[in-house]
Design a protein around this ligand. Structure first.
Ligand code: ATP
Ligand code: MG
Length: 277
């Protein structure tokens, strides 16, 4: 859902009248791991605009946590703060209990945090294989043999279903394939925490249906903790154990997806008031 609309309720929007409903079963197992990421009173102001306003939350090892909110709510800005692409105005971020604000994206990548971008940006002149290999080389600190890197790349290509497309160039890929390549490049850095920014955007219901088990398999098979921004509420309800809801830079909800659709502030953010952006 891209913006606030009036009319049907939030629960109806999630249930939807979509011709190809997302049928994946909701996550039921709460993660019990230690805290992997913690934001404390995190803020980012652009001039007078409070794009991220004093947000605090935790992500535990093994969780898949969704980040939702109307256009302009601050979701991508939050990711940029967490992953070192933007300096924060104030606050603190801890990764494995160590403060990380001020560290550069490549340092954070070496520590085990990788992100995808809302606008996919592979190197167009390099093949799928070379794109993933470049990420694998970049992501790892310390020297590794070419053989180790190649076997990593092959594993990532298999896990993301891109192995048959290894020799192609990104411009010849479909959007779902390019999105997978974006995830593959992040995955090749061997992250503990993966930040996914709208990897389902632009996919049709069938493609989303195929992508959700893939995201879950990254979490279950590859033991990657996932924080994912997503506009498709039904998809996020299906794959996330917990969601954070942002509105005008503020965190207005942190809890189970099933509770979010009953929450007065969440309903107001999505269905009431004026349109954002
Ligand atoms: N570099 C920037 N300079 C000034 N304002 C910015 C900058 N980046 C984002 N903003 C503003 O901060 C607010 C939050 O933007 P952000 O991109 O984080 O929202 P979002 O929740 O990711 O939205 P969308 O759902 O459209 O992707 C918006 O009002 C946006 O215009
Ligand atoms: Mg965004």
């Amino acid at each position: 859902m891209k913006s606030r609309t009036n009319g049907e309720g939030l629960r109806d929007k999630v249930a939807g009248a979509n011709p190809a409903p997302v049928t994946i079963a909701p996550m039921t197992q709460p993660a019990t791991g230690a805290t992997l990421l913690e934001a404390r009173d995190l803020s980012k102001h652009f001039g007078g605009l409070r794009a991220v306003a004093s947000i605090s939350f935790r992500v535990r090892q093994g969780e898949i946590v969704g980040v939702i909110g109307p256009n302009g709510a601050g979701k991508t800005t939050l990711f940029a703060l967490l992953s070192g692409f933007l300096p924060a105005t104030s606050g603190e971020v801890l990764f494995e209990d160590a403060p990380i604000l001020g560290l550069r994206p490549d340092t954070l990548c070496h520590l085990g945090m990788a992100r995808t971008f809302q606008v996919v940006r592979p190197f167009p002149e390099m093949t799928v294989f070379e794109n993933v290999k470049a990420a694998a080389v970049f992501g790892k600190q310390g020297r590794r043999s070419n053989q180790e890197i190649l076997s990593d790349v092959e594993e990532v290509l298999r896990a993301t279903g891109l192995a048959p497309l290894a020799g192609q160039h990104p411009p010849s890929l479909s959007l779902p394939q390019r999105k997978r390549l974006e995830v593959a490049r992040a995955l090749a850095t061997r992250p503990k925490l993966l930040l996914l920014d709208e990897v389902l955007a632009g996919l049709n219901p069938k493609e989303i249906q195929e992508a959700l088990p893939f995201i879950r398999s990254l979490n279950e098979k590859h033991r990657v903790t996932i924080l994912m921004i997503e506009h498709n509420l039904r998809a996020i309800m299906g794959v996330c154990q917990r969601i954070l809801v942002l509105n005008f830079g503020q965190l207005i909800f942190d809890g189970a997806p099933s509770d979010a659709v009953e929450d007065a502030r969440v309903i107001e953010a999505y269905l009431g008031g004026q349109q954002h952006a």
